[in-house]
Unconditional design. Structure first.
Length: 494
């Protein structure tokens, strides 16, 4: 059975939405956590309050399934059939999944329907089709020897998901990890577990063995840490804050030295040179700065503008920002929903005050919308005269506040762009192809887009440098690398 978005919203209103643990042969967790929507802070249901016992059970069944070959023992073509069926079911239930992410995370329903779920579906189809197109190698040897280089599934994978793109991040991690034959344990963010729960149910319906895919809901300090410290987990792929990423490195060091794949924070620059096509750049600048309420690791939160065009650009941005309507994300005309929870709202709100105190000049926005009810709404805000010493320039806000800084020379622009502990993404605008080639190589970021805002697509690897993470990439064929291990098989002719 699939639900329409209105049916999902009605279930939420009645407090009937549920996300429990899904662990083969393990009884349901009886302890529960309230699940509140950031739209109005009302209780929309409950999630399981998982613990270390649940993780132990999930790891045991995952390891047994892996060792017995119930999933990894299938041929790539056989796994492909199941993965394609799963992708089809997700597509069939896309309206329901979009509504779950909207109510759970406060994401605009239009974005969920038109961006998040199409990207989620594409990811599953793409990795399903890629499974049987991965080849090993034969090493150059003498006639008396044969060297095979093969790539095998790594074993038990922990996928720890963020709350900002629940369905899409599920796809980015689970699709490649499961496709190559691993057993996967999913730990969704406690704030946004609903779509993950539903997609695992659909996986079982498609024919994925229950032991090959488990879901454990709950708090990070209980479930996430137990997963990170477990001695029989081979790799943990994590998307989230840099601070929590450091914890997973610690958990690995203090347990079995499991591989850790990190996609963490960002403070991405948008550089606008004096020869930029300003009219064409504006919608991209706005999307980079404010898409998904700026709750996005690759958010272009630092706008670095040539001094000769800054006045003109800011005047146009002050007009453009008015088109980003703040309100209830269940309505189709809304661009900006609430911050995901009160603690995050308070953190973002604090930057409004601190930036003014530190000398920033308010150009647009700056208001908290209390009139929208009990949710946590902040309108898109632009500050000019932000210097590298200011908090807004240095720290990841993860909320709709854009910092504007000016420059005079190309060297200064590059220095400002690279003046960050992060290195996830960047974008810049120039009509000079020679400048574009040079600047793209000089900016220190995992994805650099020219004359537009983009993270690439499913075919291109996504991940950053420095404190934005390391250990592997999401998307592209490169994603398979973190979920496989390379083995050499050496034959000696006798």
């Amino acid at each position: 059975m699939t639900m329409t978005q209105q049916q999902v919203f009605e279930c939420a209103k009645q407090g009937k939405l549920w996300a429990g643990n899904l662990i083969a042969g393990h009884p349901e967790q009886q302890n529960k956590l309230e699940n509140r929507t950031p739209i109005d802070n009302s209780v929309i249901g409950f999630i399981a309050d998982g613990d270390a016992n649940d993780i132990n059970a999930a790891v045991q069944v995952a390891r047994n399934t892996f060792n017995q070959g119930e999933w990894r023992g299938l041929s790539p073509q056989e796994r492909k059939v199941v993965m394609l069926k799963w992708a089809h079911l997700i597509e069939k239930h896309s309206e329901e999944l979009a509504a779950l992410d909207c109510i759970d995370a406060g994401k605009p329903i239009t974005e969920c329907l038109n961006t998040d779920l199409p990207a989620t579906i594409d990811t599953f189809y793409w990795y399903a089709e890629a499974i049987d197109k991965l080849f090993g190698k034969i090493a150059p040897t003498s006639h008396q020897e044969l060297g095979l280089i093969v790539h095998e599934p790594i074993g038990v994978v922990g996928a720890v998901l963020p709350w900002n793109f629940p369905a899409q991040m599920f796809a980015w991690k689970v699709a490649p990890a499961l496709a190559v034959g691993n057993s996967v344990i999913v730990k969704p963010a406690e704030l946004t577990s609903l779509s993950a729960y539903r997609m695992v149910e659909l996986a079982y319906e498609a024919g994925v063995p229950k032991g090959a895919l488990s879901l454990v809901c709950g708090l990070g300090e209980k479930v996430g840490e137990a997963l990170g410290r477990h001695h029989d987990v081979d790799v943990v792929s994590f998307t989230g804050s840099t601070e929590v990423g450091r914890l997973f490195l610690k958990y690995s060091a203090e347990s079995n030295l499991k591989e850790i794949v990190l996609e963490c924070g960002g403070k991405s620059p948008q550089v606008v040179f004096e020869d930029a096509n300003i009219e064409a750049a504006i919608p991209h600048i706005m999307a980079a700065a404010f898409w998904n309420m700026s709750e996005n690791c690759s958010c272009g939160s630092r706008l670095i503008v040539h001094e000769s065009i800054k006045k003109t650009l800011l005047e146009k941005l002050a007009v453009a920002v008015k088109e980003w309507k703040v309100g209830d994300p269940r309505h189709a005309d809304i661009s900006i929903g609430p911050m995901v929870e009160q603690a995050h709202f308070e953190k973002v709100k604090s930057f409004l005050d601190s930036t003014l105190k530190e000398g920033g000049k308010l150009i647009a926005g700056g208001k908290v919308h209390h009139e929208l009810g009990a949710g946590w709404y902040i309108e898109p805000t632009i500050f000019d005269e932000v210097t590298p010493e200011m908090s807004l320039f240095k720290h990841e806000v993860f909320g709709p506040i854009l910092a504007v800084t000016s420059f005079k020379t190309d060297d200064e622009a590059v220095a400002l762009a690279n003046n960050t502990q992060y290195g996830l993404a960047a974008s810049f605008y120039s009509q000079n192809i020679h400048r574009a080639m040079q600047i793209a190589q000089r900016i220190n970021a995992g994805t650099v887009s020219v004359n537009g805002f983009s993270e690439g697509n499913i075919t291109t690897p996504f991940g950053g440098f420095r404190q934005s993470g390391f250990g592997g990439k999401d998307n592209g064929l490169e994603a398979f690398e973190q979920y496989t291990q390379t083995k050499v098989i050496w034959f000696i002719h006798q």
